[in-house]
Design a protein around this ligand. Structure first.
Ligand SMILES: *Cc1c(COP(=O)(O)O)cnc(C)c1O
Length: 376
């Protein structure tokens, strides 16, 4: 048997792929527990809802007939889009559902960018906007944050006639800052109709501030505005992978051309549909996050640690040691957090807000590692 030579990568692989490094996801719990020698694992790394999905979604999952696993789902999430339309007072054709909000990021970039175009976002935000642009061959202009928030002036200054899309994460992951209504309106007015403005509202359901803008309500006024929402965070359906975008009928009509139909499975559609019927899930989750976050903030401050994170179900903490060292030491005690060097915040960790016992365990383990390294 002869073995052929490897493909001619020099010729085959575009330069923007050659220089791109694949994202390495965390290993499954059993593998991590064995590697770090811990008997349990508390995941505080992915901003998941500690309460899980709402009761209505749990029931929908239990009611899902196993037989239907062999049948293709609705290719365009028909019923879910109608429900969303009813909920937000818009048309079903103003929504596109994806395999997580992560997938709809690619839909938008593919729909509007061609060779030589760029997108503008922040340097310290959800990195997927930047990554999808780059591995698709487009420039991502990443503008430094100002006071831990998106810098509107600098973003406008970074844009040129090849800027097709602005990505604003509101509230921002990982810093928890947000643009209030005035700031967002002012930005939209200044962009005009020259570019698409995406407002990623993955964590909007956690925000209780009266001046927080609901981008969904601004869609009729700004036809170039696109909002992202997900069922992964507040609605606790991260494992089923379902999120969506909304925009004006005209913009969504363009984006629809690039979307992969049948990428959203039927179980996810059923659970998401039920989640929209939930009665107390949002208020219960908010109450839990409020209490646990206040506790966490208080404990970090009494340890003399600086924290960032006004809104959202997560808190950034600056440590007097490297974040990757802290990660390994916390892992050996069975606590998983997110290192922030990858988000360009060296020595910071991000902790997802969980139930009180989980928060207490995290604080206890953090105190251990600070003491061990002489920082208490
Ligand atoms: C988690 C997250 C998403 C996407 O989540 P999916 O699970 O892909 O729906 C999008 N944006 C931000 C800022 C997030 O934190």
């Amino acid at each position: 048997m002869t073995t052929c030579a490897l493909p001619d990568f020099d010729r085959l692989v575009p330069p923007h792929i050659k220089c791109f490094e694949a994202y390495v996801p965390s290993k499954p719990d059993d593998v991590l527990m064995q590697y770090y020698g811990c008997s349990s694992l508390l995941r505080l790394n992915n901003n998941e809802n500690p309460l899980g999905p709402p009761g209505e979604s749990r029931q929908a999952i239990l009611d899902f007939p196993p037989n239907k696993a062999s049948v293709y789902p609705s290719g365009d999430a028909y019923h879910l889009r109608r429900k969303l339309a009813e909920r937000f007072g818009m048309g079903p054709d103003q929504f596109l559902v994806g395999n997580g909000a992560n997938e709809v990021i690619a839909f938008v970039i593919k729909a509007f960018c061609q060779e030589g175009d760029n997108i503008v976002t922040a340097d310290k935000t959800f990195a997927v906007y930047e990554w999808v642009a780059q591995f698709s061959g487009f420039e991502a202009r990443t503008v430094p944050l100002k006071d831990y928030g998106f810098n509107d002036e600098a973003m406008l200054a970074a844009a040129d006639e090849r800027t097709k899309i602005f990505f604003v994460c509101n509230p921002n992951n990982p810093t928890g800052t947000y643009w209030d209504r005035n700031k967002l309106l002012n930005f939209l007015n200044r962009v005009g109709n020259k570019s698409i403005v995406v407002v990623d509202e993955a964590y909007c359901e956690f925000v209780e501030k009266p001046d927080f803008p609901d981008a969904m309500e601004l869609l009729s006024q700004y036809p170039n505005l696109v909002t992202f929402r997900t069922f992964s965070k507040m609605f606790g359906l991260a494992s089923l992978r379902i999120g969506y975008l909304a925009g004006s009928p005209e913009v969504v009509d363009i984006i629809r051309r690039t979307c992969v139909v049948y990428s959203v499975n039927a179980l996810a559609q059923a659970a998401a549909l039920a989640a929209l019927e939930s009665k107390h899930h949002i208020e219960n989750t908010r109450a839990l996050v409020r209490e646990a976050k206040e506790y966490l903030n208080h404990e970090m401050n009494s340890l003399g640690l600086f924290t960032v994170g006004e809104e959202g179900c997560y808190l950034m903490v600056r440590l007097p040691m490297s974040d990757s060292l802290a990660y390994r030491k916390l892992m050996s005690q069975g606590v998983m957090i997110r290192t922030m060097t990858g988000f360009r915040f060296p020595n910071f960790i991000r902790v997802s807000v969980g139930e009180m016992p989980a928060m207490q365990r995290f604080v206890h383990c953090l105190k251990n590692i600070l003491r061990e390294s002489g920082h208490d």
